[in-house]
Ligand binder design. Structure first.
Ligand SMILES: Cc1cc2nc3c(=O)[nH]c(=O)nc-3n(C[C@H](O)[C@H](O)[C@H](O)COP(=O)(O)OP(=O)(O)OC[C@H]3O[C@@H](n4cnc5c(N)ncnc54)[C@H](O)[C@@H]3O)c2cc1C
Ligand code: FES
Length: 293
C-alpha cells in the first residue's frame, strides 16, 4: 500500500524533474509516497558505514540529489527506535526503480537498519524536502563534505556530470579508511581531495588553502557542502569574499519530516533578518549564505 501526498515548493528547483528535464523555473511538485520497499542489498562498506539498496515505486525512485527519506527502522534486539529516521538519498535509479542509502551505524535506528537482509521489507517515506539545484552555466563545482555529509553529496557527482560540470570533491574524515563515496565520485570523473584528522590535513586552515587554490585556478563556480559547520563557515567566508554562490544540506533532528510538527526549525539569516525555517520542508538544502551554524 502507498500513501501519496503532494509537496509544492517554490523556493528552489530540483536538478531535474521526475520527467528528467533540467531546471525550468516553474514551481516544483513532487509526490511523496509511504511504502514497503524490498531490500536488495545491505552491506558494510567500511567499519562504520552500510550501503542499503531497495526496490521501490516509480515515485520514490524519482528522488533528486539532496532530498531525503524517512525510514521506519526495524527494532534491533532489546531496543525500540521511536520515530522514523531521516536518511539522504545516496542514489536513485528510475529505470530499475531503486533507491540507495549510505548510513553510519550510530544508535537504535541505524542498528535496526543494519539487521535488514535481502528480501526484507523496509517502510520508506519520501522523497522529501528541497534538494540541490544546479545552474546549467556552472562548469566547475566544488563539493565539500564530512562524515555522513559525503552520502548526501554523492548524487551530485552524477547530476553535475550530466549537466556538463566538472566536480572537485574535498572530502573529510577521521581516518582514510572511513572516507565514503570516493569511488562513486571517481566513476563520474570527479577529482577527489581527501583530508583526514589522522593525517592532520582536515583543519579549516588547510581546507581554506585548498579552496583558495581551486578558486584561483578557475575551478569553482559554486560550493556545495554538508556535514561540517566549521567547513561551512570557511566556504561562507570565501563565497562572500569572491562573490560565489553556494548551497548547504543541513542536518537537524526530525520527527514528522513533512513540515507539520515544527521540531526541525532553525534560524537563517536572510538579508540581515533572522528567519525561522523548517529543515525538513524548506530544506534540507539552503542557500549557503543564509545558513547559521
Ligand atoms: C536530512 C537528513 C539526512 C541524513 N542523511 C543521513 C545519511 O545519508 N547517512 C547517515 O548515516 N545519516 C544521515 N542522517 C543522520 C541520521 O538521520 C541519524 O544519524 C540517524 O537518525 C541516527 O539515528 P539512530 O537511531 O541510529 O541514532 P540515535 O542516536 O538513537 O538517534 C536518536 C534520535 O536523534 C536523531 N538524530 C541522531 N543523529 C542525528 C543527526 N545527525 N541528524 C538528525 N537527526 C539525528 C534521530 O533521528 C533520532 O530521532 C541524516 C539526517 C538528516 C536530518
Ligand atoms: S520534522 Fe516535523 S516539521 Fe520538520
Amino acid at each position: 500500500m502507498s500513501i501519496q501526498l503532494d509537496q509544492a515548493h517554490t523556493t528552489a528547483m530540483p536538478i531535474a524533474t521526475a520527467a528528467g528535464s533540467a531546471c525550468s523555473g516553474a514551481p516544483w511538485k513532487a509526490s511523496i509516497v509511504a511504502e514497503l520497499a524490498e531490500v536488495v542489498r545491505n552491506e558494510a562498506v567500511n567499519a562504520e558505514y552500510r550501503h542499503l539498496v531497495v526496490n521501490c515505486s516509480e515515485e520514490a525512485a524519482a528522488a533528486q540529489p539532496g532530498q531525503f527519506f524517512q525510514l521506519l527502522c526495524p527494532q534491533p534486539a532489546g531496543e525500540q527506535p521511536f520515530l522514523r529516521r531521516p536518511m539522504s538519498l545516496y542514489g536513485a535509479d528510475p529505470d530499475r526503480r531503486q533507491v540507495e542509502f549510505l548510513y553510519k551505524v550510530t544508535g537504535a535506528g541505524t542498528r535496526g537498519l543494519d539487521t535488514l537482509k535481502p528480501g526484507d521489507r523496509l517502510d520508506i517515506m519520501g522523497p522529501l524536502g528541497v534538494g540541490f539545484a544546479l545552474d546549467p552555466g556552472w562548469r566547475h563545482i566544488v563539493a565539500v563534505g564530512r562524515g555522513a555529509g559525503l552520502a548526501t553529496l554523492a548524487p551530485l557527482a552524477r547530476a553535475a556530470r550530466a549537466n556538463g560540470a566538472q566536480v572537485t570533491a574535498v572530502f573529510s574524515a577521521r581516518r582514510p579508511d572511513l572516507l565514503v563515496s570516493v569511488d562513486l565520485f571517481h566513476r563520474h570523473r570527479a577529482d577527489v581531495i581527501a583530508v583526514t584528522d589522522s593525517e592532520q590535513t582536515s583543519g579549516p586552515a588547510n581546507v581554506e588553502r585548498i579552496l583558495r587554490r581551486l578558486i584561483a585556478d578557475g575551478r569553482c563556480d559554486a560550493f556545495f557542502t554538508c556535514g561540517s559547520s566549521r567547513l561551512m563557515r570557511v566556504q561562507q567566508r570565501l563565497a562572500r569574499e569572491v562573490g560565489l554562490p553556494g548551497q548547504v544540506a543541513m542536518e537537524q533532528q526530525m520527527a514528522c519530516g513533512i513540515g507539520l510538527c515544527y521540531c526541525c526549525v532553525r534560524d537563517f539569516n536572510v538579508n540581515g533578518e533572522i528567519v525561522n525555517r523548517r529543515v525538513c520542508w524548506d530544506g534540507p538544502v539552503f542557500d549557503l549564505m543564509e545558513a547559521l551554524p
